[in-house]
Design a protein around this ligand. Structure first.
Ligand SMILES: C[S@@+](CC[C@H](N)C(=O)[O-])C[C@H]1O[C@@H](n2cnc3c(N)ncnc32)[C@H](O)[C@@H]1O
Length: 282
């Protein structure tokens, strides 16, 4: 009954939106626009194709009025070491919101840090992979995308490393919001400068870089038989080389890997996938 009520409210919003857009946009184009929007907390993010640019303000206002949201943004690029997004405001207020997903609260400031809706399945999976009291290092924790599910649902101990002070400050807030202070140790550092006096059961490498130094650092910190969750981007056609590169780096250090899991997470750019590869290190 309650769930039904939520669906009714959602249906009503979508119906109102369609009615508004219909005044200026064809049914086919409405379908395309409806497919491309994402909602993060109280903020709607639109991808507006070139051919609809002159209707941007009209489309933005239609979403704003129908959804009663705080802000409507136009999706831009994400760039640099800190993965800072560039979203243009179309209408509304600020860039700070709290997004609830899988029972976890993520406070986010979209003028400073990214939130990738497409990684939802991976965030949920991270809540299922670890055991209570496992020792985990999240080398690129951001605002806690993976740290929060690992510590909340896995009940694991997570060392969350983050170099960008803006992301780190949100990480601190998110640890408190989700009442995980006892299980997460946040550190505002370059992960290469972290020198723990323990070895981890599990390491999360949620940052795209082919630079060997990050994998070598993870090898220094993982225990024998520990698991690494390695994220990267992969052109569709070169998948077989992916595992070989990692194997080569491990073998130079006298280590071997045991593959556990491989999955395409989402399309990153045309012809390029964001992938995750889990492997045990021996
Ligand atoms: C791409 S974001 C994390 C994305 C996230 N895994 C997701 O699923 O949406 C990567 C994070 O790594 C941080 N970072 C980059 N280089 C770092 C380093 N050397 N040490 C620690 N954090 C770093 C960035 O500031 C950013 O917050």
């Amino acid at each position: 009954m309650y769930f039904g009520l939520i669906l009714d409210v959602e249906d009503k919003k979508i119906k109102t939106l369609r009615e508004q857009l219909k005044n200026k946009i064809s049914e086919e184009d409405i379908r395309k626009i409806m497919k491309s929007y994402e909602q993060i907390g109280e903020i709607i993010i639109l991808t507006i194709p070139k051919e609809y640019q002159e209707l941007k303000d009209f489309i933005g206002k239609s979403f704003y009025d129908s959804f009663g949201c705080q802000t409507v943004l136009e999706k831009g690029s994400v760039s640099g070491e800190f993965r800072v997004p560039y979203y243009k405001k179309i209408i509304g207020g600020g860039f700070v919101t709290i997004h609830k997903e899988n029972g976890i609260l993520y406070k986010i400031d979209l003028s400073k840090v990214m939130f990738s809706s497409g990684n939802i399945a991976e965030r949920i999976r991270m809540g299922q992979v670890s055991l209570p009291d496992e020792v985990i290092i999240d080398m690129f924790s951001g605002i806690g995308y993976f740290t929060l599910p690992l510590s909340k649902y896995g009940r694991s101990r997570v060392w969350a490393l983050e170099k960008n002070p803006d992301s780190y400050n949100l990480l601190l807030e998110n640890i408190h919001l989700n009442k995980l202070v006892d299980r997460v140790t946040p550190i505002n550092t370059d992960c290469l400068d972290f020198n723990p006096d323990f070895k981890a059961d599990r390491i999360i490498m949620g940052y795209f870089s082919d630079d060997e130094k990050f994998l070598l650092k993870a090898l220094d910190m993982i225990k024998d038989g520990g698991v690494i969750h390695y994220h990267n981007t992969m052109p569709e056609k070169s998948e077989p080389s992916f595992k070989k590169n990692i194997e080569k780096i491990l073998s130079n250090k006298g280590r071997t890997l045991e593959p556990l899991y491989y999955r395409k997470i989402k399309k990153y750019s045309p012809g390029v996938w964001h992938v995750v590869f889990d492997f045990k290190v021996h």
